[in-house]
Design a protein around this ligand. Structure first.
Ligand SMILES: *Cc1c(COP(=O)(O)O)cnc(C)c1O
Length: 487
């Protein structure tokens, strides 16, 4: 009988046209145009119809909804005319959270983008000569400063250059296509990785036109396995960083240095896909086992590929650093033209790299977050705890009911994320929160729809907030969001 009742109620709904012609909505049509208001009305009416047919809305509920329906259309219109891509507060403690945009950019990067991208720039123009220039020069000079001198102090290439493409996946594709199209690339079976978002080494290999030659086993590959596989069709020896997993137990992996030595002896280039590609020594942050770009080059690897928005802390980009003649061939490949990046990325990258050159590492948010001590984070967490307890206390006095929020500061761990240093965690202090009447998942979902949205972790029935990844001036917004939920 529910269907009969709901179909009777359905008849009480105005048509889209009737609704849009209401005087309350006429001014919106005048301001924003007829089409978007009609669209908003259609969405709102469809929502009500859905509620009625599912039986969630009865006659009285419908009356209430109808009395506020013009307001609902106005709200829907506001939503559809506002940004979908928004700033969120990352309280997960995952520094390079791929779903949350990986590395936040340095202020200097944003300033440089604004300065150069809202006007004309010398992107591809040599001011002294008045002739056409290359966009790479702006960052190549800085990579050179950061990599060349030191790399050549080991067994690294004497002359290093760097080019920029859209992301590391593109960097690997371009490098493989340039160095090995039509030939074979030797890779260990233990390094045939998949990185989130469908980057798989065997698939990229196929697209590059090179043939994958697997050697060794999942857990053990020795230098002799590579040696035996080398033949006249071999073009490249590839090493891939196990960014997001570990193999433990009875294992053996050939070091970058040994593979580089084999390549030199047999006249074959050696490439390493590093993934994260740190430009500073991460040991100083307490992170081990994550090879830096310099480590790889010093070990004699001739081409390294890495991301701009992982441990480097810059914009999304793929970087290829290595032996100048090999990089020059990649630059000349027509694929490079298809994969190159725009002036915004060059501006952000140049400013980020300049931060490294000037040793202003704290200006790069991802590095600053890694360097925060457990103590500093704990102090901020305690300040938030204190404010929230004060709120609960006020509620207690006012309503004589038990406080709704229960807040504690406990030890925990932050992670690097972004497929970097899978086993490295940084000690942190967490806000552990429960809210009477709400499950931890419900509390987390309320926080996600707060303004600004707050993304947290849920563990064992508690909501966990890690302030390591929260910008200090956002602590207050977290307090406000929780206050509002508890009220
Ligand atoms: C992250 C990663 C990639 C993919 O990099 P994107 O910049 O996301 O394209 C490729 N290889 C390794 C080893 C990685 O860690």
């Amino acid at each position: 009988m529910k269907t009969a009742v709901s179909s009777e109620l359905l008849r009480k709904l105005p048509s889209v046209d009737e609704l849009v012609r209401r005087p309350e909505l006429a001014s919106l049509s005048a301001a924003h145009g007829h089409a978007p208001v009609t669209e908003a009305a259609r969405i709102v009416l469809a929502g009500v119809r859905q509620e009625l047919s599912s039986g969630r809305l009865d006659a009285r509920g419908l009356e209430l909804v109808l009395s506020g329906i013009a307001g609902a259309v106005a709200r829907q219109l506001r939503r559809s005319l506002s940004f979908s891509l928004r700033s969120v507060i990352n309280a997960t403690g995952v520094i390079l959270h791929t779903n949350l945009g990986r590395a936040p950019l340095a202020e200097t990067a944003i300033d440089h983008i604004r300065e150069t991208a809202t006007r004309y720039s010398n992107l591809e123009f040599q001011l002294d000569a008045g002739t056409r220039g290359k966009r790479d020069v702006h960052v190549d000079r800085l990579f050179h400063r950061l990599l060349a001198d030191e790399a050549s102090s080991g067994s690294g290439p004497a002359d290093i250059s760097t080019i920029v493409v859209n992301n590391n996946a593109a960097a690997v594709l371009l490098a493989l296509n340039t160095m090995a199209e039509g030939g074979e690339v030797i890779v260990s079976r233990g390094e045939l990785v998949e990185i989130g978002g469908s980057f798989r080494i065997p698939d990229v290999m196929v697209k590059s036109g090179a043939l994958l030659r697997e050697v060794g086993t999942t857990n053990r590959t020795r230098i002799g396995d590579y040696e035996k596989a080398i033949n006249d069709r071999t073009r490249l020896l590839l090493r891939v960083h196990r960014s997001n997993f570990e193999i433990t137990g009875f294992t053996e992996q050939v070091s970058a240095a040994d593979l580089a030595a084999l390549g030199r002896a047999r006249g074959l280039p050696v490439m390493e896909d590093l993934g994260s590609g740190a430009l500073v020594d991460l040991g100083s942050f307490g992170i081990s086992g994550e090879p830096g770009v310099l480590d790889s080059l010093r070990d004699g690897v001739e081409v390294v590929t890495y991301s701009g928005d992982k441990l480097l802390g810059g914009p999304q980009a793929g970087l290829i650093s290595g032996r100048a003649d090999l990089v020059a061939r990649m630059r000349a490949n027509s694929l490079f033209r298809a994969l190159r990046v725009d002036k915004l990325v060059y501006a952000a990258l140049e400013a980020t790299l300049l931060g490294y050159v000037k040793r202003e590492h704290n200006a790069i948010p991802a590095l600053r977050m890694m360097s925060l001590s457990q103590d500093e984070i704990g102090k901020r967490a305690e300040a938030v705890e204190k404010k929230l307890n004060a709120v609960s206390g006020k509620q207690l006095a006012a309503s004589r009911s038990a406080p709704k929020l229960k807040v504690e500061v406990v030890d925990g761990e932050s992670v690097i994320g972004g497929g970097a240093a899978p086993s490295s965690v940084l000690p942190t202090r967490l806000l552990a929160i429960t809210c009477q009447g709400l499950s931890a998942d419900e509390l987390a979902s309320r926080l996600r729809v707060s303004d600004p949205p707050v993304v947290a972790r849920v563990d064992q029935g508690r909501l966990l907030l890690d302030l390591r990844t929260v910008f200090e001036n956002q602590d207050e917004s977290i307090v406000a969001a929780l206050e509002k939920i508890a009220a």
